[in-house]
Write a protein that binds this ligand. Structure first.
Ligand code: C2O
Ligand code: CU
Ligand code: CU
Length: 493
């Protein structure tokens, strides 16, 4: 009896801790399970119609459909102009753009331009609802440095579901600096939209969301492609990585250990390329890299285990196969962005934000008619984010920022450029030098929030107004209730 108990206790300990240690059952990985036999889907470039005044007009239709992810199985999905994800929009700095966003879903949604500088009423946040059957028609002038931005719904309480089902797409802004890099879309310049998913036995997207972070999938899609490969035909290739996952963060690298050049963060190009072997992206973040290939080389883009709650696991993402003959690319430019780094004045205003476990920011959950902060348009401020537990990140609409420090230390090399979304490690204090756009609007709020979509949906979001400098104290922090939920800025169908 005695020896039996002695044996049982360690066994029980092993069992309990063994299970807790790997998050339930087996380690989270897809390594060894893929064949890399599906050609990577490349979202179409959306063709605008150009009006006589030069405005580029685009149409996006939100629709439901079915998509084959797992071979031979069709999943019910949502997409824009297609069954899953949306086309890539590519414009140049200075362009006037206008959109018709047609909602052919059976439910209301919105379309937010993540990373875009525009008037608040065009932002597509939770106040710019598009009812089922209706059309929203925003328009603005592109006036910001080249960047890889993206679009996705922002319905308060429903963003996770709408994005997970497939409503997202890439929005590329070009300028003369950006053209120094490989820029031939689909040839030597590729979007890589990375999303984790869980599938049911019959190949449907599982919306089971049993973690405090929401769905953390065990399978990865790139541009909506399961088990993908990409044929490489140029000696230098630019990849625009977008983490469009609901909660998972990735630690990107290549299985052959190669290094590559990081050339851009979320909100624009770096001054100079930075040589890296790994970098992380949390949900909503983007990066551009340039990878050099020799004829016949093969490698796999991989996400390495970081061991945290949202970046645990090992994943193969995309196999790259270089052709036996490659087009010789121009040498990589040494000087990329000519935009100076974001600096704040000495007496810059400091705002503090406390993120807590209960999905609150500064002890409050998001309320649609409450304004939390009033910021002078065009201001440069320091925002200090304190994470009091669990993993979060932080995104600000209509702003670009530079990470000043994380717990007083310089940020890692891969996040020193212009950004609009940043990972906030558990327990950390992150200080940002934030530059706000210069559009004042005392009526239409903008958002700041955790971009882990379940957190955002459950209230980890606040609203700010950009107002004419000097009018801060005159602006109401209460929004009128009636025109709130269903404010339309476009025409009805
Ligand atoms: Cu990517 Cu407030 O959004
Ligand atoms: Cu945004
Ligand atoms: Cu969070």
């Amino acid at each position: 009896m005695k020896s039996y108990t002695k044996l049982m206790i360690p066994l029980l300990v092993l069992l309990v801790f063994g299970l807790a240690g790997c998050g339930g059952d087996k380690p989270i990985t897809n390594v060894g399970q893929l064949h890399f036999d599906h050609p990577l889907k490349i979202p179409q470039l959306l063709k605008p119609t150009i009006s006589s005044d030069g405005t580029k007009h685009f149409q996006l239709t939100m629709q439901s459909g079915s998509t084959e992810f797992l071979p031979g199985k069709k999943a019910k999905t949502w997409g824009l102009n297609g069954s899953y994800l949306g086309p890539t929009i590519k414009v140049s700095r200075g362009d006037h753009v206008s959109f018709d966003i047609v909602n052919h879903l059976e439910v209301a949604s919105t379309l937010h331009w993540h990373g875009m500088k525009l008037p608040a009423v065009m932002d597509g946040g939770p106040h710019q609802m598009i009812e089922a059957g209706e059309t929203w028609s925003p328009h603005w002038t592109i006036d910001q440095p080249s960047a890889t931005t993206w679009y996705h719904p922002h319905v308060h309480g429903k963003t996770a579901q709408h994005v997970y089902r497939g409503l997202a797409g890439m929005f590329i802004i070009d300028d003369k600096d950006s053209k120094k890099l490989p820029s031939n879309y689909g040839v030597d310049d590729f979007p890589l939209i990375v999303q984790d998913k869980m599938f049911t036995k019959d190949g449907q997207l599982s919306e089971k969301d049993d973690t405090t972070y929401g769905t953390l999938g065990n399978e990865i899609l790139v541009n909506g492609t399961y088990d993908p490969f990409l044929k490489i035909t140029a000696s230098q290739v630019r990849f625009r990585l977008l983490n469009a996952s609901n909660a998972r963060a990735y630690n990107f690298g290549f299985t052959d250990g190669r290094s590559f050049k990081l050339v851009a963060n979320d909100a624009g190009l770096l001054q100079k390329p930075v040589t890296l072997k790994r970098f992380k992206l949390s949900p909503g973040e983007r990066a551009e890299i340039v990878v050099e290939f020799k004829p016949g080389e093969k490698t796999v883009l991989h996400s390495y285990n970081s061991g945290g709650e949202i970046d645990r696991g090992e994943f193969d993402l995309l196999k790259m196969d270089a052709a036996s003959k490659l087009t010789e690319s121009a040498p990589l430019a040494g000087q990329l962005s000519t935009v100076p780094p974001i600096e704040v004045p000495k007496n810059a205003k400091l705002r503090q934000f406390k993120m807590t476990m209960d999905s609150k920011i500064n002890d409050k959950k998001m309320v649609m008619d409450r304004i939390d902060e009033i910021v002078p348009a065009g201001a440069k401020e320091i925002w200090e984010i304190d994470n009091f537990g669990s993993s979060h990140n932080f995104h600000i609409h209509d702003a670009a920022f530079r990470v000043l420090d994380i717990n007083g230390q310089k940020p890692p090399e891969y996040e020193r450029g212009r950004k609009d979304t940043v990972f906030i490690p558990n327990g950390a204090t992150v200080r940002l030098a934030v530059e706000f756009v210069n559009f004042a609007d005392p009526k239409h709020p903008l958002m700041y929030h955790c971009h882990l979509l379940k957190h955002e949906d459950s209230g980890m979001m606040g609203q700010f107004l950009l107002v004419k400098p000097g009018t801060e104290s005159k602006v109401s922090k209460k929004l009128p209730k009636n025109d709130m939920e269903y404010e339309h800025n476009g025409h009805h169908e």
